[in-house]
Structure formats: structure tokens, C-alpha cells
Design a protein around this ligand. Structure first.
Ligand code: SAH
Length: 218
């Protein structure tokens, strides 16, 4: 058993928040939202005792739950407002969507794997997060029926920001997406849409599973 597992929940929580701050998550609203969501609920099985470490971990369907500091930095870059409607591509464990739910009016989250959507929905119910709608869909096409969105967060890596997602972003909206040719490392970018078009900022290097077109088998 590691030292961390011997911590009380309060000590674990303090260490978790300290790690986030030391890696650049400084927005008090984001820290408060992350403090309210227990990452331990979103990691199951053999890796659950590592839930509070700042590391990505395996989840079913060969996917990963992102590193908490990356969740924090992406949320901070997205800067969702209380009245915003946010689209997340890549529900995965549901952890990122649960964090977003505390910061905006409504979250739509989609994943290509049925099992991940079903398990995440059960957690949203359990936590009383009624402003999240999870759907099985190919997120590279966005969610045309609910568009446009104030914010779009893509938690899988694409070669370029997918065109349908750019089209579904409101004027004044922000999209955060990891892009790059390589499977090993990508660049997190922030796309801001204004009347005159799109502007792009490079934020940092990240490592995400790829955005895959079409629905999964499970
Ligand atoms: N945000 C998640 C982590 C996502 S991992 C969390 O907080 O746990 C990336 C997810 O993107 C995987 O679950 C994968 O199935 C999903 N994904 C990949 N390509 C996709 C696509 N085209 N449409 C929807 N989901 C996709």
C-alpha cells in the first residue's frame, strides 16, 4: 500500500488541489469545481488507488481518463460562463463533463463507445448532475441538432480542428482541441471565433488518444 492510500480523504483532497495549483491551474472557479467532483468515482478496478495522482489512467474500451492538471488547464482555457452551453467530444469516464457541469448551464457530451456513455450517465445520476446530456455519437461531426455552442472542448486528438465543430461554434465562442499529426504528442490549441473569422493560440504540448471517425463496437 502506498503512502497516498493511507491518507485521510481531507489530506488526499489537499494534496490533489496543491498538485493542480503547482501545475498552473489557478482559476478559483475551476479549482472549486474540481474540488467538488471526486475523481475516485470515475476510475474503477486496479487503478482506483491512483485516482488522486496527477496522471492519466486506463478506463474501459482502451481509452484513458485525462490527467487532472490537464483537465484543469483545458477547463481554464475554455473559460466557460455560467450561462454557456458546452459541447464536449469524448465523454470517456465522464470526469471532465462532471467538472464542466459545475461551471456552465448545460453540457452535451458525446462518445463513440456505448459502454462509456452508459457508465458515465450512471455517475452523473448518482452525483445529481442533471445539466449533462450524454449521447453515443461520432463527435467529429459535432452535434448539429443542438448547435451552435458557446464552448466546445475536444478531449481526443485530431489532425486539424474538425470543420463541423468550427461551424458549430458561436461567434464569440471558444474551442479547445489537441491537434497534431503524431499519436505520441500533440499541441493543445484554443480557437476563438469572432465576426471576422477564427484565431488560434497554441497553449502547450499534450498527449491524447486519437479522435476516431465512426461509432465504436462496444
Ligand atoms: N474526457 C474524458 C477522457 C476522454 S479520452 C474523461 O474525462 O474521462 C477520449 C475519448 O474520446 C474516448 O472515450 C474515445 O472513445 C472518444 N472518442 C474518440 N473519437 C471519438 C469520436 N469521433 N466521437 C466521439 N468520441 C470519440
Amino acid at each position: 500500500m502506498s503512502d497516498e492510500a493511507a491518507d485521510t480523504p481531507a489530506e488526499r483532497q489537499m494534496r490533489f488541489l496543491f498538485q493542480l495549483r503547482s501545475r498552473g491551474v489557478t482559476d478559483p472557479r475551476v479549482l472549486a469545481a474540481m474540488e467538488r467532483i471526486d475523481r475516485g468515482l470515475f476510475v474503477r478496478g486496479q487503478f482506483s488507488d491512483r485516482s488522486y495522482e496527477d496522471t492519466p489512467l486506463p478506463i474501459p474500451c482502451g481509452q484513458t481518463i485525462s490527467q487532472p492538471s490537464v483537465v484543469g488547464l483545458m477547463t481554464q482555457a475554455l473559460n466557460p460562463g455560467q450561462r454557456d452551453t458546452v459541447l464536449e467530444i469524448g465523454t470517456g469516464s465522464g470526469y471532465q463533463a462532471a467538472v464542466l457541469a459545475g461551471l456552465c448551464r448545460r453540457v452535451y457530451t458525446v462518445d463513440r463507445h456505448r459502454r462509456l456513455v452508459t457508465e458515465a450517465e450512471a455517475l452523473f445520476q448518482k452525483l445529481g448532475l442533471h445539466n449533462i446530456t450524454a449521447q453515443i455519437a461520432d463527435g467529429s461531426r459535432g452535434l448539429p441538432d443542438q448547435a451552435p455552442f458557446d464552448r466546445i472542448l475536444v478531449t481526443a486528438a485530431a489532425e486539424d480542428p474538425p470543420g463541423p465543430l468550427l461551424a458549430q461554434l458561436k461567434i464569440g465562442g471558444i474551442m479547445v482541441v489537441p491537434v497534431g499529426q503524431s499519436d505520441a504528442v500533440q499541441t493543445l490549441i484554443r480557437v476563438t471565433r469572432s465576426e471576422s473569422g477564427f484565431s488560434y493560440d497554441e497553449l502547450r504540448q499534450v498527449r491524447f488518444v486519437p479522435l476516431v471517425e465512426g461509432l465504436g463496437q462496444t
